[in-house]
Design a protein around this ligand. Sequence first.
Ligand code: ARG
Length: 460
Amino acid sequence: KDNKTWSGRFNEPVSELVQRYTASVGFDHKLAEYDIQGSLAHARMLAATGNISAADLAAIEKGMAQIRDEIEKGVFDWQLEREDVHLNIEQRLTALVGDAGKKLHTARSRNDQVATDIRLYLRAAIDDIIGLIRALQHALLDLAEQHADTIMPGFTHLQVAQPIAFGHHLLAYQEMLQRDTQRLQDCRKRVNQLPLGAAALAGTSYPIDRASVARELGFDGICRNSLDAVSDRDFAIEFCACAALLMTHLSRLSEELILWMSPAFGFIQLADRFCTGSSIMPQKKNPDVPELVRGKTGRINGHLVALLTLMKSQPLAYNKDNQEDKEPLFDTVDTLRDTLRIYADMLTGLHVNQAAMRQAALRGYATATDLADYLVKKGVPFRDAHEIVAQAVRFAENKRCDLSDLSLAELHQFSNVIETDVFQVLTLEGSLQSRDHPGGTAPRQVRLAISQAREALGSR
Ligand code: ARG
């Protein structure tokens, strides 16, 4: 016997392959808790508006409590023949409480039901992810504070540019993560609108109260147009775009961790628990975790493109295409959660080789700009100063020494305005300290930025 809810008008059952092809219960069972919350709010509204009786509502509530329990205990019998999470739960409800279960779908369609479920799911996911970003930011700020005075070479074109504080470098990521949070907070506003009441696409002829359902489910408001409510998934796409940016930021940091851990840099070591060895080369310790963060950024970007492509040719209103929105969305959420958790832990266990960072800063004539600025302050036009320092760098390079190793007599070959006070300017510390304005790398500013960031972030 074909027990499909909608099989009444069909002459033949669907084949086993079609059944498997069209079913979504294998993945959308993840929405079960939100499906139940939505159904309960809908049922309460139906009772309050006189569409079902108080006794029906009581039966629905009782049945749903048991279903929730069965799902939690892992004994709920998910059936492929029942297609998706919605019909599985509804049919189980009817099996448990009889006719009241059959009344639940009054004034509702799976189209507004599934849109509601996804929005509830995504809202919770966003709140969770924002919390995880905050935890990561705290780990980042702790590390930055330990290294407000640790000097490393700053790079442009991956060539040594100017000395910076390692803490300052880390704070750049703090800013990116802060914007990621803001983007998610903004996205949440558009996620948090109630589709229920749109029914299949046109609304419903029953007297309903959408505002009360919205209130009960914690939505900020209702979707204003019934076709839009059931058909668009832009809120999910927007979330995936936020996720892609967040992962891109973490991927960049991962790339740096990988580089810095290479013996060619030797700036950091990751704790062993984030690395693996090689099955052939005994000496290897590979930075697998950051490599996978970088790699998983590819799939997150892919999910964004998948959803955009899913949406681009759909005529209004609902189309079954939309069933394909779930796996990319779920995987995006799961990947972000795992990545953020692992990252906070990884930063806490980071070992920094300050001597190697310092050596690298000394090797690359990182204070050449400081020398040019020194000459400018002594009255030399900047372009001339630039040329003078270029000559001095060439000289030092031939001598295989740093600018600060040149004697005053040697420096005088290039400019006679240079005096002994130049040696303070040529030190790494002097270079950092001189960049003492908001946003600059002076350790004083780094500490200030950390305390401001902590304040903005609130307590852990
Ligand atoms: N499983 C479906 C989905 O994910 C639920 C909505 C089905 N609606 C329909 N008219 N077939 O989109």
